[in-house]
Design a protein around this ligand. Sequence first.
Ligand code: ZN
Length: 141
Amino acid sequence: MEVSCLDSRADPYAVLGLQRLECIAFRNVSGRISPVLRDIAALDTFFHLNQIVILHHNNCGATHFTLDVQMDDIRAKCPDASEEELETVARLSPVRPDDDTALRADLKTLSECSFLRKDLLANVMGLYLDVKTGLVREVRL
Ligand SMILES: [Zn+2]
């Protein structure tokens, strides 16, 4: 299974040359792993997954603003949001620098996940796509 940004330039099927039935892809803003960990656990129960691939890319929309900008925007638009809800939003924010720092953090998050099988966690791959050149490189912890 694969986790990637929902940006059309980071379509995992096109970037990795996969057929639709070869891989289950979770796509979210920035391709972060934390929002989909529970879904991965559920999928592993249904299908017994054999690999997790995380694909991040440069020039991501999530690199074009800061966490402060995001939180100020939410507070302005949703003044009734509780501090607890805002803390959750901030903790799971897709905002990240325009490099592979967040990908390394996601690989670390996966390596420390207590509710996914160790043999599945031993088969994780981090990939970083340069959207300008189309080149993909592997990133390790
Ligand atoms: Zn993106």
